[in-house]
Design a protein around this ligand. Structure first.
Ligand code: GRF
Length: 218
């Protein structure tokens, strides 16, 4: 374990493709962060398998075994702190987090959401985008605040909405960009180049557009 790297914990409930993007980024010795723990609330989540394959310690904390959201969150919090986690990445973690937990990691927890926030919060974001008829859709990495899918925006990537798109087609196009911006966002943080200033994130980077990824339209 290289000294001086930001110690990251990842929370994931599902397939973990964003976790994989972070694992792959961290495999570069020059990447300024390392994943020290992966935690899931879902037994059999493929994210746990990905972590094991990468040699990262894992934990399974089943939310159903806790009497309240706060009790579950306290167990997650204890696990992260025991592992020496300094920064948390939510990567498809399908649990609402209590206000106390979020406050405890204020400024030290980010999430990836499959829409250009503040548009299309919650679930089924691609269907929401199609329903709204937007021509540009995308994904967002943001700092986590207590309200759902709220918090200062750190990085975004845009994709075109094409004629004939289904929610699945759009999801696949967006997911590809998620895998680009999550490592980028984590790098900006770990290098101290992304600083929360009230409700916005100030990016100190050579190119102002570094936090916006715009793929070329096909
Ligand atoms: C992603 O679309 C992410 O934006 C959302 O949940 C999905 C997780 O996918 N929060 P994966 O488990 O990272 O593949």
């Amino acid at each position: 374990m290289a000294a001086g790297k930001l110690r990251v914990g990842v929370l994931a409930s599902g397939q973990g493709s964003n976790l994989q993007a972070l694992i792959d980024a961290c495999a570069d010795p020059s990447f300024p962060a390392e994943i020290v723990h992966v935690l899931s609330n879902v037994e059999g989540a493929y994210a746990l398998e990905r972590a094991r394959r990468a040699g990262i310690p894992t934990a399974l904390i089943r939310h159903r075994e806790y009497s309240s959201r706060e009790a579950f969150d306290a167990a997650v919090d204890a696990c992260l702190r025991e592992a020496g986690v300094e920064f948390v990445c939510l990567a498809g973690f399908m649990r609402l987090l209590s206000e106390g937990f979020v406050r405890g990691w204020d400024g030290r927890m980010i999430n990836i959401h499959p829409s250009l926030l503040p548009s299309f919060k919650g679930l089924h974001t691609h269907a929401q985008a199609l329903q709204a008829g937007v021509k540009v859709h995308g994904c967002t990495v943001h700092f986590v605040r207590p309200a759902l899918d709220d918090g200062p925006v750190l990085a975004q990537a845009a994709v075109p909405v094409l004629p004939g798109d289904s929610a699945d087609l759009l999801a696949a196009r967006v997911l590809e960009q998620e895998h680009r911006i999550y490592p980028l966002a984590l790098r900006l943080i770990a290098e101290g180049r992304a600083v929360v200033d009230g409700d916005v994130v100030r990016i100190d980077a050579p190119h102002a557009g570094q936090a916006l990824v715009n793929p070329v339209a096909p």
